[in-house]
Design a protein around this ligand. Structure first.
Ligand code: OFO
Length: 169
């Protein structure tokens, strides 16, 4: 049976993963309006990844005999106006999620739950990849600057991103 404090921390994080899914869905809509299909695809993959992250924790909680309590998901707000600003928000958001996963690992450590720590190792590694992939897009966008032709070419590159269902744990 999972410790109550850890169960609550998992539930909080499940909510944040679903929020991430919702935020990236809002960003997908933003790019649909711009008719940038590669960016739309990039966010589509992001949405599926976040859904998988949330489900991985939800199923884990169930496996450990815990209760999953689904709370309301906040309304997603896109803060920036430009494409770069949208990706700066994504990076800020992923850094925040990393800090919350680390907090979750701190709680698992505090209650000496080695099995949960093992699962969370996967999420910690995943956050390194998440931040790296956003940084990658941001660096390219900074190089592109105001060059519309280069942006359209990059949009084609992003169309190639595919979702590979993660094996969590
Ligand atoms: Fe679930 O990694 Fe992004 O938020």
């Amino acid at each position: 049976m999972i410790n109550e404090k850890l169960e609550k921390a998992f539930n909080d994080q499940i909510n944040k993963e679903f929020y991430s899914e919702y935020l990236y869905l809002a960003m997908k809509v933003y790019f649909q309006k711009l008719n940038l299909k590669g960016f739309v695809n990039w966010f589509d993959v992001q949405v599926q990844e976040e859904h998988a992250h949330a489900m991985g924790m939800l199923n884990y909680l169930d496996e450990r005999g815990g209760d999953c309590v689904l709370e309301a998901i906040d309304k997603p707000v896109i803060e920036g106006k430009t494409i770069i600003e949208v990706f700066e928000q994504v990076l800020k958001h992923e850094e925040y999620v990393t800090s919350r996963i680390n907090h979750l690992a701190d709680v698992a450590e505090e209650v000496k739950d080695r099995a949960a720590l093992h699962l969370l190792d996967w999420y910690i590694k995943e956050q390194v990849e998440e931040e790296a992939s956003v940084n990658d897009v941001l660096s390219t966008l900074k190089l592109i600057g105001d060059d519309k032709k280069a942006l359209l070419m990059y949009d084609k590159d992003l169309a190639a991103r595919t979702f590979n269902p993660p094996v969590i744990g």
